[in-house]
Design a protein around this ligand. Structure first.
Ligand SMILES: [Fe+2]
Length: 382
């Protein structure tokens, strides 16, 4: 996806002094980047989902603020207003589920290098221009890397409100009336995945796709056992990239947690949220401002209970910013906002969740132990 970024942002000399984490790695701990990754992906291209009811998916997509890029009887493609590829592709399938992320390669030759590394082929995208390498990450998630896919040109933007901020009077003799309408999605920002095979999956994204860790979280009483969450960004050198394009955490569950889409500003989030609430959709958590990534956030459940996020004003880091290390806690997920919900944390006990816990603790090829699970549950209630 082409992100339109203005002139590089001035970052404070020490990004660790209050900007994104109080601490960097200690001696011997991971810096969260590979010396010589196979390739360096540019960004996420799109996320692939399956849903049984594309009509219902399209109604929610419009209410959430997507633009419909294409629709057939078995596929719905969604885009944002920024120039770039599709942001979401939903195929008709027997049940509602996330299939996997598709990343965008910097160069066409990156696909060949990647395919050679894994001893696989570069395939043509079906029914459209572009080529793709299809891989499976160590957590079992199908991951695509594309090049040459269709790019949409930019659409008109939702106009940000003129705000009176600080000591500046920017608006006089005029009222503030943000329209109660869908927040116009600009672009796909990030996806969050959970896995019991956290360590292997983390290494794979760093060493294969060249992602670099912006922030690690560790369990407060188990720092010596390594991190249990990583916020990863794409290494675009001098070009600032989203603080996280992929975030992943250790969990009994496998796969999708949420995906996030950028909108213009706080009023777009607020008025767009009021619009969704009015239509009976369920807010999962918000509105607030995160710590890692600093985004203004608002989380919603789509009609199939998949979690999606409106965000604005997130951190953009170039490759010079080193990773932070911070303890994981529920209260540390936001700088302000309502208390984090059990819905967001996924800590409501359900038969499916209990089955996941049983299976994860019985498998011997993952990172989840009873002591780590208890520590995660403790952190998520602190
Ligand atoms: Fe998020």
């Amino acid at each position: 996806m082409m992100i339109e970024i203005p002139a590089p942002i001035d970052l404070p000399a020490s990004a660790h002094s209050g900007l994104h984490s109080e601490d960097g790695p200690e001696r011997g701990e991971s810096r969260g980047r590979a010396k010589d990754p196979v390739i360096k992906v540019r960004d996420l291209a799109w996320l692939l989902f399956e849903k049984p009811d594309l009509d219902r998916a399209e109604i929610f997509a419009r209410d959430f603020g997507f633009t419909i890029a294409g629709r057939t009887s078995d596929e719905l493609r969604l885009r944002g207003s920024f120039a770039g590829s599709d942001a979401v592709v939903i195929r008709k399938g027997p049940k509602s589920r996330f299939v996997g992320p598709v990343f965008q390669a910097q160069e066409a030759s990156d696909l060949d290098r990647l395919a050679r590394h894994f001893g696989t082929e570069v395939d043509k995208l079906v029914g459209r221009p572009g080529r793709i390498v299809n891989l499976i990450d160590p957590a079992g998630v199908p991951v695509g890397v594309v090049h040459g896919a269709d790019m949409h040109s930019a659409l008109p933007e939702q106009v940000p409100l003129v705000l009176n901020t600080g000591a500046k009077l920017n608006r006089a003799n005029a009222t503030q009336r943000p329209a109660r309408e869908p927040a116009r999605v600009q672009r796909l920002g990030h996806v969050v995945l959970e896995t019991p095979k956290f360590g292997a999956a983390l290494d794979w994204y760093v060493e294969t796709l060249g992602m670099i860790v912006s922030d690690f979280l560790f369990l407060p009483d188990q720092r010596d056992l390594g991190p249990t969450m990583a916020f990863m960004r794409c290494d675009q050198g001098d070009i600032p990239a989203d603080h996280h394009t992929l975030a992943m955490h250790l969990s009994p569950g496998k796969g999708y947690v949420h995906s996030a889409y950028q909108v213009t500003d706080l009023d777009a989030i607020g008025a767009g949220g009021a619009y969704l609430a009015e239509r009976g959709y369920q807010r999962a958590w918000g509105i607030g401002r995160h710590v890692q990534g600093s985004q203004l956030f608002d989380y919603w459940r789509d009609p199939d209970k998949l979690m999606v996020e409106h965000f604005a004003d997130g951190d953009m880091f170039d490759s010079s910013i080193e990773c932070g290390w911070a303890p994981m806690s529920a209260s540390g997920l936001a700088q302000w906002g309502p208390p984090v919900t059990r819905d967001f944390l996924g800590t409501s006990p359900s038969p499916a969740r209990l089955r996941e816990i049983r299976d994860a603790l019985h498998a011997d090829d993952n990172d989840l132990t009873t002591s780590r699970l208890l520590s995660i549950l403790k952190a998520m209630s602190s």
